[in-house]
Design a protein around this ligand. Structure first.
Ligand SMILES: *[C@@H]1O[C@H](CO)[C@@H](O)[C@H](O)[C@H]1NC(C)=O
Ligand SMILES: *[C@@H]1O[C@H](CO)[C@@H](O)[C@H](O)[C@H]1NC(C)=O
Ligand SMILES: *[C@@H]1O[C@H](CO)[C@@H](O)[C@H](O)[C@H]1NC(C)=O
Ligand SMILES: *[C@@H]1O[C@H](CO)[C@@H](O)[C@H](O)[C@H]1NC(C)=O
Ligand SMILES: *[C@@H]1O[C@H](CO)[C@@H](O)[C@H](O)[C@H]1NC(C)=O
Ligand SMILES: *[C@@H]1O[C@H](CO)[C@@H](O)[C@H](O)[C@H]1NC(C)=O
Ligand SMILES: *[C@@H]1O[C@H](CO)[C@@H](O)[C@H](O)[C@H]1NC(C)=O
Ligand SMILES: *[C@@H]1O[C@H](CO)[C@@H](O)[C@H](O)[C@H]1NC(C)=O
Ligand SMILES: *[C@@H]1O[C@H](CO)[C@@H](O)[C@H](O)[C@H]1NC(C)=O
Ligand SMILES: *[C@@H]1O[C@H](CO)[C@@H](O)[C@H](O)[C@H]1NC(C)=O
Ligand SMILES: *[C@@H]1O[C@H](CO)[C@@H](O)[C@H](O)[C@H]1NC(C)=O
Ligand SMILES: *[C@@H]1O[C@H](CO)[C@@H](O)[C@H](O)[C@H]1NC(C)=O
Length: 650
């Protein structure tokens, strides 16, 4: 067999030529086939991979004239023949290390031969996985050995054993260094150091025969072991050793931790005796403080500290303390401590009005963390508090509001005041620091002229005596106290006074001429506005400021002005006066006429006795003075008649 190598070396020159033409692959190919120039062979196929017990058929042919050729093999031998194509054929190949060769005895030269490479393979009967010298759960951190047994496989140099954990390839082993072509048993081991993550993992091994391109297509099935389930024991270990918890109905102190076997829990605190074996406790069931939980299993223990805090909320004034002053602006703030920073804090403000303590009313005021208030008098005694949303909501203590205010009122009086009387005003100062003396100032705003009101400081005692005058009507009083001064509301003064009849417009005696009616005016000043009534003797009364009087009006007339404060009476004497002027004029006319008649009579006697010229009485005209009188008399004939008539009536 060693002989066959000789021609190879002699033909090296030709081989090098081929090398330059066809490259390295062809060189390898020519080496394997052992082809040579003198005796050119052709094996088909040039190499075989055959399953143990499988059939195989390879032809060897040549174009060279020869003296005989044949196959030499432990099975399927073909004896020397003159044919140019001979076939090596085995129907059931059961020899591991079979080395068939084809030879030829050429007419010229020495015998030459070629070997047929044969790979006989067999997939393993079984692949199994086991733990070496161990049963039951593994412990975290310790080393264990896994073993993979591959039974009856060949060839071992084509065998690869792969280790998997789940789908992850951990390791693989090849046996390419051995030349053993027969059936072998192979045991491969793997050292593992499992951790807690490996609890429940599945390990397995695979035996793979890698027979390359000449191998069977498709490649033989990969044999895998059954999975080996691994249980790992590990001790409890918390991800954090301390935790701060804000007390809330929903929040738990959760000590739960993964461990195998499952841990037991014990709780302890420095201020409570706890006998709890559960892994979680409701935070609402505990008082604030420090709680330690110990989780223990057979491998060890781990403890965790919970710092339980409760939300603290307090209410206060911003830059203020004590009583508040009506009308001023104040700010309330809600100081919140220990809230869960991951949550948004909703603050609600509440106010409990105590205008009527039996009917207190709680009102949601705002939901910001600061609140502006401007207290009014009715807010005295009200309570404010704030609340943080949560389960349950946490409330601050209640802030009692004391309103410092000043009020003004009459002592033992209400309503209008009356001129001339004495009244007392009182300034009531609510919620002032009793240790401090307070100066009270009184102010008065006169409203005699509304466009020119005048504020006057009146006094500085807490009570003020006033004796209002008529001009004080509409005036306002108020008081002021403290530093900075706080003013009371304004007290409007209504001044009432009794009526006074205007005596200039209503004289005590009124002369009335017959036929000339007169008007009497009774005006009275008073607050409230007086009512006027006339009394005409015993029978007549009229409600009007003016009264018409005639000659029929009784002699005594009185006017009464009346209001809630008092009354005033004005008496009027009506004097009936006759008009004598026409009477005197008539008398004078009669006398003149009488004198004229006597004078004419004397003249006529004189003319008759002395016969001094002619005088005509017809043409005689009265003197200017007499004519005037006569005319006056004539003019006033009608009133004269009337007068006489009325005098007759009278
Ligand atoms: C298995 O354990 C036995 C006894 O404990 C020991 O004698 C043997 O060497 C161990 N085998 C392996 C492979 O560790
Ligand atoms: C091949 O292995 C088998 C079984 O392990 C052994 O009996 C035989 O001697 C080995 N052959 C060679 C050449 O190593
Ligand atoms: C392999 O092991 C099996 C069972 O232990 C045995 O029957 C068989 O003969 C062994 N094969 C070889 C080649 O040692
Ligand atoms: C496996 O077998 C093939 C074909 O028989 C061979 O060519 C190859 O070299 C072998 N692989 C190994 C790693 O031994
Ligand atoms: C936890 O409990 C175990 C068993 O009771 C004890 O051995 C261990 O010291 C405890 N650990 C702590 C931190 O208290
Ligand atoms: C206070 O409540 C009582 C009873 O409900 C009621 O009679 C009274 O009028 C109330 N006073 C005020 C100022 O609302
Ligand atoms: C409280 O006051 C609000 C608004 O002022 C009113 O709507 C509500 O009915 C009151 N509730 C009670 C109980 O008086
Ligand atoms: C607020 O007033 C209420 C009742 O008027 C009283 O019970 C409480 O003690 C007061 N709170 C404070 C802080 O003064
Ligand atoms: C009121 O003021 C106006 C203008 O200042 C003035 O003309 C008028 O006389 C005043 N009246 C009285 C009653 O003082
Ligand atoms: C207010 O009245 C006082 C005294 O009656 C007087 O002295 C003062 O000037 C007046 N002020 C004004 C603004 O009229
Ligand atoms: C007092 O009078 C002023 C002006 O005349 C008026 O605006 C105010 O409302 C009155 N006050 C009271 C309590 O009646
Ligand atoms: C008074 O007389 C005038 C005319 O002289 C008349 O207009 C008026 O109505 C009279 N008044 C009464 C109250 O009679």
């Amino acid at each position: 067999m060693q002989k066959g190598t000789f021609p190879l070396t002699t033909s090296s020159r030709v081989t090098y030529m081929r090398l330059t033409l066809l490259g390295v692959f062809f060189l390898c190919f020519s080496l394997l086939t052992g082809a040579e120039a003198e005796c050119s062979f052709q094996l088909n196929p040039q190499r075989v991979v055959v399953r143990y017990g499988g059939s195989v058929e390879v032809t060897c042919n040549t174009s060279v004239s020869h003296k005989g050729m044949g196959w030499e093999a432990s099975e399927g031998r073909v004896s020397k023949t003159n044919d140019s194509l001979i076939t090596w054929r085995v129907s059931e190949l059961k020899e591991w290390d079979i080395k068939p060769l084809c030879y030829i005895n050429p007419n010229k030269g020495a015998q030459c031969l070629v070997k047929l490479p044969v790979t006989v393979y067999k997939t393993p009967d079984s692949v199994s996985i086991s733990t070496v010298n161990h049963t039951g759960p593994m412990k975290e951190g310790q080393q264990y050995e896994l073993q993979c047994d591959v039974h009856d496989v060949a060839p071992v140099q084509n065998l690869t054993v792969k280790w998997y954990k789940g789908q992850t390839l951990l390791h693989q082993t090849n046996f390419s260094d051995t030349e053993n072509k027969t059936l072998v048993n192979k045991t491969v081991t793997l050292l593992i150091r499992p951790d807690r993550a490996d609890d429940g993992a599945q390990y397995r091994c695979e035996a793979e025969l890698d027979l390359g391109a000449e191998g069977p297509q498709p490649p033989p099935k990969i044999n895998s072991s059954e999975p080996l389930n691994v249980e790992v024991y590990y001790k409890p270990q918390h991800s954090s050793s301390t935790e701060t918890i804000i007390k809330d109905d929903k929040v738990m102190l959760d000590c739960s931790v993964k461990a195998n076997p499952a841990p037991d829990y014990t709780w302890s605190s420095d201020h409570l005796n706890l006998n709890i074996s559960s892994s979680v406790i409701k935070s609402s069931a505990l008082s604030p403080g420090k709680y330690t939980c110990n989780a223990t299993n057979i491998l060890g223990s781990d403890s965790k500290v919970f710092i339980l805090k409760s939300t603290d909320i307090s209410i206060s004034f911003v830059n203020h303390s004590g009583a508040v002053i009506v009308g001023k602006q104040y700010e309330l703030q809600c100081i919140i401590q220990n809230v869960d920073p991951s949550k948004s804090v909703v603050v609600r403000w509440y106010k409990l009005s105590q205008t009527n303590s039996t009917d207190a009313n709680m009102t949601l005021v705002s939901n910001s963390s600061k609140l502006q208030i401007s207290p009014s008098k009715t807010d005295d005694g009200a309570q404010y508090w704030c609340e943080v949303e949560g389960t349950p909501p946490v409330s601050s203590e209640r802030l009692n509001i004391t309103v410092h205010y000043i009020s003004i009122r009459f002592v033992n009086h209400s309503g209008a005041v009356i001129v001339g009387k004495q009244y007392e005003l009182q300034c009531i100062i609510q919620n002032v620091d009793p240790s401090k003396s307070v100066v009270v100032r009184w102010y008065k705003l006169s409203q005699t002229n509304s466009t020119d009101a005048n504020t006057t400081s009146v006094s500085n005692s807490s009570k003020l005596q006033i004796s209002p005058s008529k001009t004080d009507d509409g005036a306002q009083y108020w008081c002021e106290a403290g530093t900075p001064p706080v003013s009371s509301e304004r007290l409007n003064i209504t001044v009432h006074y009794k009526p006074i009849i205007n005596k200039i417009k209503l004289p005590s005696t009124v002369p009335v001429f017959r036929g000339y009616p007169e008007v009497l005016v009774c005006e009275a000043d008073g607050n409230p506005k007086p009512t006027i009534s006339w009394s005409l003797g015993a029978y007549d009364k009229k409600d009007s400021e003016k009264l018409n009087i005639t000659e029929s009006t009784p002699e005594n007339v009185s006017c009464t002005a009346n209001n809630s404060v008092g009354s005033d009476i004005g008496h009027v004497k009506v004097i009936l006066k006759e008009d004598y002027l026409p009477l005197i004029a008539g008398l004078i006319a009669v006398i003149v006429a009488f004198i004229s008649v006597i004078f004419i009579f004397i003249l006529s006697i004189y003319y008759k006795t002395a016969k001094m010229g002619h005088y005509s009485l017809k043409n005689a005209k009265p003197s200017a003075q007499n004519g005037n009188i006569a005319q006056n008399g004539k003019h006033n004939t009608i009133p004269m008649k009337k007068l006489s008539q009325s005098s007759i009536l009278a």
